[in-house]
Design a protein around this ligand. Sequence first.
Ligand SMILES: Cc1cc2nc3c(=O)[nH]c(=O)nc-3n(C[C@H](O)[C@H](O)[C@H](O)COP(=O)(O)OP(=O)(O)OC[C@H]3O[C@@H](n4cnc5c(N)ncnc54)[C@H](O)[C@@H]3O)c2cc1C
Length: 459
Amino acid sequence: MSRQFDAIVIGAGQAGPSLAGRLSAAGMSVAIIERHLFGGTCVNTGCMPTKTLVASAYAAHLARRGGEFGVMLDTPPRIDMARVKARADAISVNSRNGIESWLRGLKGCTVLKGHARFVAPDAVAVGEERLTAPRIFVNVGGRAVVPPMPGVDQVKYLTNSSMLALDRVPEHLIVVGGSYVGLEFAQLYRRFGARVTVVEMGPRLVGREDEDISQAIREILEGEGIAIRTGAECIRLAPHRDGVTVGVECTEGDPEVLGSDVLLAVGRRPNTDDLGLDKAGIAVDARGSIQVDDFLATNVPGVWALGECNGRGAFTHTAYNDFEIVAANLLGGDKRKVSDRILGYALYIDPPLGRVGMTDAQARASGRPLLGAQRPMSRVGRAIEKGETQGFMKIIVDAETRKILGATILGVGGDEAIHGIIDIMNADVPYTVLQRAMPIHPTVSELIPTLLGDLRPLR
Ligand SMILES: Cc1cc2nc3c(=O)[nH]c(=O)nc-3n(C[C@H](O)[C@H](O)[C@H](O)COP(=O)(O)OP(=O)(O)OC[C@H]3O[C@@H](n4cnc5c(N)ncnc54)[C@H](O)[C@@H]3O)c2cc1C
């Protein structure tokens, strides 16, 4: 059977559904195909369930600290993991169902369940059906990498997806991978009562960030009793009657760690290997990411790639921004481009890391004259009042243009407060505009103008 549409969207992740909505609102007949769960990674095995778990972990942490706030609990807090999981599941399911029923209610939109594969540049097959359209949008996302490390095929390992299906607290969780996904799981399971060891191949945690950030994050996590093993150059896994051993060969400490469970959090790969891209002649890079131009068009006319599968961003907001760029160019008469966006993101340990723009290292490497300033969260009134003074904020400015190049807020409310800086960078105005604003007291953001007042030349 063959059906003709004006547009086909493959994947109902963070760009596909919104795009299907815009295209059908513009009067097009649209088919959207989802092979598994509506809402994709973010809703089902990523942002939404993990941030819900982070909230439960924060509640546990604060309950344990209750006495510091004069809130006395008669017994130590107890984690009911089944309830914790049920809360996360309910929030995900609600969102997933909402997306599916919204799509099914769209006029002109046909929703298909199944795995889509290109059979020609303008055609995809879903089971027995063949669908054709002059416009095809690929939003197939990615999945956890399972690295070919020795022993990986002999142990029962967890990934971000199977981790979220756990309704028990592991006795000793070994997290392989000391970056964004791994550290969130590490801290939240520690707060649920697990022993946790993070094993990282690189010399420091979150190696893409500046060294001072890596160090501060390490101190925060170690302060909660998480063991950190960096420089684990030759990670190997082996089954053990009590769980799994992870050989680390670090420069110091035991050469092996015995845990009850091991989580692999060492990166993601695009879901492009089983998409029939060769049948359409769509080019991918060495990682399997679909190659796109600044407008997210592939090398094949009439085919676009959005979200994680194009290698231009690994976040929900970058996927959603891809939708906005494609919709603006095709339907809005607005020539938006990927290269126009300024990347911001957060790491949701507690306190969170809010980041935007260049790291210090990148700014220095650019060779520009720089101004910089830093402030510990222990000198932020709002943080003191909340009893959450870990971390620091810092900012880096081009000394000639006086434009902000990058900033970090590792501290309470950092994921929100960073937006003031994101906004001023997008407005493309000098930092003095932000410095002269009158912020609300007491907030974390109110110290940003003060921070800007402390700018000094950086060598
Ligand atoms: C543990 C974890 C926590 C995260 N936390 C955050 C966070 O806090 N903030 C943030 O911004 N990002 C976070 N991310 C990243 C974020 O989830 C992803 O970047 C985002 O979901 C990517 O969206 P996408 O639309 O590209 O792909 P996805 O959301 O993965 O959606 C792709 C969809 O396509 C479907 N699909 C794939 N192949 C086919 C096919 N051939 N046919 C039909 N359907 C197909 C998939 O089933 C899926 O539903 C997190 C990720 C993880 C793993």
